[in-house]
Design a protein around this ligand. Structure first.
Ligand code: NAD
Length: 368
């Protein structure tokens, strides 16, 4: 087991990476909060497996646990889902000294986190991530949120409402990834590639060397990857909890990804959209002459070996994609602000990127 500590102004807590650790959840929560009540907000796809185990563990530790299920799809990542979660918290009789335990991927974690931040103006939150992406990224750092419908359309803008609310504990048990389908596992690896690019070049070598074990969800190899990738995230959020500066580098590839991942016809999962976004950001960095060293082909090859897309499955009008990017939270006063890679482990935040360059970047990831 490894125990990583996060120290932020909004709260300090442990990230436990522990194969088989789910069975000890109740003990951990009890030692943090005493014999509290909790609402287990669970991804419906893990209801009968990991959420049932989590509930047994909580009850065995003397914590009264009620269950609220959430369907993990982006169209359901809405304020109405947060509201129904909070109604369940009321039904369960939760008070200020009780807690919400989220068990699921990043989507349920974001919804449950927002509910915890809002219910009774904020109660304790424990994150039990069940996807690789959520273990190395979404569960750490206190960002919570939901999507909003964009003006003049039926499309959703990603994470446009939310709160910063640090969890009291994150418990990452790599064994729960055994039930995750292979496509989702590949998506988690996309986020690990991003973490390598922004802060740990060695992570890219680990990914490349251990890829077969990682794709097979080997708990030992996965635990080592989670620990390394989580450290990148922890280092960044400790420096900049509220994304007023350095934390923005976590958005490498994401401003592009957000413009395509809610397009239903493209049928892209978050990690797949991030993979395309990483290639678009790299093309833009190449256009601006920012790339140092000879690593772009290695990146392309690693993403390809993982089985992630390097281009859009269907052609899209770059002008429409750029219009969607304007709704991203990183757009400031109408100017495009993007994180671009320089070399593995080094990225730069560039303000005021002209739309012709972004158009060029989108064209590089259109289907050939
Ligand atoms: N808060 C943050 O800092 C942050 C960071 C990155 C991403 N996110 C958000 O996270 C979301 C993506 O999260 P994700 O990639 O974890 O996907 P997800 O939560 O959408 O889950 C993906 C799918 O896997 C299923 N699933 C989850 N765990 C499972 C398991 N162990 N076994 C079987 N099925 C399982 C889910 O039901 C879902 O169908 C997005 O909404 C994104 O905006 C948030």
């Amino acid at each position: 087991m490894s125990n990583l500590r996060v120290n932020c102004p909004g709260g300090s807590y442990d990230v436990l990476v522990e194969p088989g650790g789910l069975q000890s959840l109740g003990g951990y929560v009890e030692s943090l909060l005493g014999p509290a009540r909790c609402l287990l907000i669970a991804d419906s796809n893990v209801a009968s497996t990991h959420a049932a185990l989590a509930r047994d563990s909580l009850e065995a530790a003397g914590i009264k646990a009620s269950l609220h299920l959430v369907d993990a799809c982006e169209s359901n990542k809405r304020l109405s889902t947060v509201e129904s979660s909070m109604s369940s918290a009321l039904d369960a009789g939760l008070g200020r000294s009780d807690c919400i335990v989220s068990i699921g991927g990043g989507l349920v974690g974001d919804v449950a986190g927002f509910a915890a931040a809002s219910f009774l103006r904020g109660i304790a939150l424990v994150q039990v991530p069940t996807t690789l992406l959520a273990m190395v990224d979404a569960s750490i750092g206190g960002k919570t949120g939901v999507n909003l419908v964009l003006p003049g359309s039926e499309d959703l803008g990603k994470n446009l409402a939310g709160a910063f609310w640090q969890p009291r504990l994150v418990l990452a048990d790599p064994e729960v990834l055994a039930t995750l389908d292979e496509r989702e596992r590949r998506c988690g690896l996309a986020e690990c590639v991003k973490h390598g690019l922004i802060g740990d070049p060695q992570l890219l070598s680990v990914l490349s060397d251990d890829l077969e074990c990682l794709l097979a969800a080997d708990p030992g190899a996965t635990a080592r990857l989670i620990e390394r990738a989580a450290k990148v995230k922890i280092g960044i959020v400790e420096e900049d909890e509220r994304e007023s500066g350095r934390r923005a580098i976590l958005n490498l590839g994401h401003t592009f990804a957000h413009a395509i991942e809610t397009d239903k016809a493209l049928d892209l999962k978050h990690g797949e959209a991030v993979s395309i976004g990483l290639m678009a950001a790299t093309s833009l960095a190449e256009l601006r002459g920012m790339i140092e060293g000879d690593w772009v082909d290695d990146l392309r090859s690693l993403l390809g070996r993982i089985g992630l897309p390097l281009e859009l499955p269907l052609a899209r009008d770059p002008a429409e994609l750029i219009a969607r990017m304007r709704f991203d939270k990183k757009v400031r006063s109408g100017q495009h602000r993007l994180i671009l890679p320089v070399s593995p482990g080094r990225v730069e935040c560039i303000d005021d990127i002209d739309e012709d360059s972004i158009h060029h970047a989108w064209m590089q990831v259109m289907p050939s």
